[in-house]
Design a protein around this ligand. Structure first.
Ligand SMILES: NC(=O)c1ccc[n+]([C@@H]2O[C@H](COP(=O)([O-])OP(=O)(O)OC[C@H]3O[C@@H](n4cnc5c(N)ncnc54)[C@H](O)[C@@H]3O)[C@@H](O)[C@H]2O)c1
Ligand SMILES: N[C@H](CO)Cc1c[nH]c[nH+]1
Ligand SMILES: [Zn+2]
Length: 437
């Protein structure tokens, strides 16, 4: 259904850009907190119990065995293997290029300041598996952790009926040098990574998208005393296509549907200057939808679709900035002018030949992106997320003699005598001797 942006009140405009309810489960927070408590108390036994209950798989142990790995790898087709290799190469190249440079600066004579970067030691990588197994997410998280140089890379994902994971997931993990793989998903897997169990040693930071249980669990464990860091709120997929009257309706429809098929709570939005294009896209969506294997899921998600018609592209850009989408597809003639004004998006796809799936799989950019409007204040996942930075300072005797008085004045202004003394005692000893360079 088309929406004429200018005919809406401010409240109606806000409603038009509302996301589907994140969860219609009012007990979510309590349910997730119970799961975390049970993992804390019962470790592996609780993990196996939840896997039986939520994934319908009865496992004897949570670790993926070497034999299961070998069996899965033997089943992998050559075409998909080659495709994973291409994606891995591009993702690795783009993330290697993000390697940060350390900084060394003498802010004033004798006062040396350094900024250094090191990889995180142990990272937990959540790979969704409820609705579809996502080997591409293994590449996005695993390659980046590998390029950063993280020592321990721990992959968790819900098991399939064969008590294993998709061969593509296992192959991608092997390429990324991941040798710890555990068969568990949902909130219980996040709790295991955060707290540790008999089988899984806890990690320093947890990465990866997931459903509402996973996202809620990440948020809860991040608040625990001594809990892990987390990457970002990466929830149900969403896409906004910004298109002018000359855009190809079939291309636009295909990008809207490629995100709608992720889950029933995914969202797809078209913002255009052209009523005719909006109408053509609606027809193209109906046509393509009828032939999708995940038609039911995509059709459900398209209930939340919006076809917004604006006065012109400038207004359409304002609407896009208001929504702050995870994925933004720009199909307008003057892309340079549009890009200069587009402020918020997790990842941008420019021109008719940059489908959203290019970034989802293989162009080299990361597909783990902030959703729910968080692209306003969170970044897309990158190499730096797998590293921490810290500073180092080294003052010479002369450096402290020059800077010391300023430090003492500031300490005095804050009424912090011990801070002042830490300088004064050194300066007194120094001034009793000779001044060094
Ligand atoms: N933002 C991004 O970067 C990005 C990238 C990829 C995927 N995604 C999104 O990730 C999501 C993946 O979700 P999914 O469901 O397919 O897989 P998932 O692995 O996140 O969730 C499956 C798990 O949820 C748990 N679960 C299911 N029902 C439960 C219940 N009633 N109570 C407690 N736990 C329960 C189970 O433990 C199960 O293993 C999708 O919404 C997709 O759009 C986002
Ligand atoms: N579009 C998803 C991120 O929102 C990523 C993905 C994985 N596979 C296909 N797509
Ligand atoms: Zn996708």
């Amino acid at each position: 259904m088309q929406i004429q942006w200018n005919e809406l009140t401010e409240a109606q405009q806000a409603a038009a850009l509302a996301r589907p309810a994140q969860s219609n489960n009012p007990q979510l927070s309590e349910q997730v907190s119970d799961i975390i408590d049970r993992i804390r108390t019962n470790g592996d036994a609780a993990l196996l119990d939840y896997t039986a209950r939520f994934d319908g798989v009865n496992l004897a142990t949570v670790k993926l065995s070497t034999e299961a790995k070998a069996t899965a790898l033997a089943q992998l087709g050559t075409d998909v293997k080659a495709a994973i290799d291409i994606a891995y190469r591009n993702i690795k190249a783009f993330h290697t290029a993000q390697m940060p440079k350390d900084v060394t600066l003498e802010t004033q004579p004798g006062v040396l300041c350094e900024l250094k970067h090191v990889a995180l030691d142990a990272v937990g990588l959540y790979i969704p598996g409820g609705s579809a197994p996502l080997p591409s997410t293994v590449l996005m998280l695993g390659t980046t952790a590998q390029v950063a140089g993280c020592l321990r890379k721990v992959l968790v994902s819900p098991p399939n009926a064969q008590q294993s994971l998709a061969p593509e997931i296992i192959y991608a993990a092997t390429l990324c040098g991941i040798d710890e793989i555990y068969l568990c998903g949902g909130a219980q897997a996040i709790a295991a990574l955060a707290l540790g169990t008999e089988s899984i040693a806890k990690v320093d930071k947890i990465f990866g998208p997931g459903n509402s249980y996973v996202t809620e669990a990440k948020q809860q464990v991040a608040l625990l005393a001594g809990g892990p860091a987390i990457d970002m709120p990466a929830g149900p997929s969403e896409v906004l296509v910004l298109a002018d009257k000359d855009a190809d309706a079939d291309f636009v429809a295909s990008d809207l549907l490629s995100q709608a098929e992720h889950g029933k709570d995914s969202q797809a939005i078209l913002v255009t200057e052209s009523q005719a294009l909006a109408a053509a896209v609606e027809l193209a969506v109906a046509d393509q939808l009828a032939r999708l294997s995940r038609q039911e899921i995509a059709a459900h998600a398209m209930q939340y679709a919006r076809y917004i018609v604006c006065d012109d592209i400038t207004q359409a850009i304002q609407v896009s900035n208001l929504y702050a989408p995870e994925h933004l597809i720009v199909q307008v003639t003057d892309t340079d002018t549009a890009l200069a004004q587009l402020k918020y998006a997790g990842s941008i796809f420019v021109g008719p030949y940059s489908p959203e799936s290019a970034g989802d799989y293989a162009s080299g950019t990361n597909h783990v992106l902030p959703t729910y409007g968080y692209s306003r204040n969170y970044s897309s996942l990158g190499l730096l997320d797998f590293m921490r930075r810290f500073t180092v300072q080294t003052l010479s005797k002369a450096g402290l003699q020059d800077l010391g008085p300023a430090i003492m004045h500031l300490a005095e202004a804050e009424g912090l005598d011990a801070h002042k003394n830490a300088v004064a005692i050194r300066l007194a000893k120094l001034n009793a001797g000779t001044r060094d360079a």
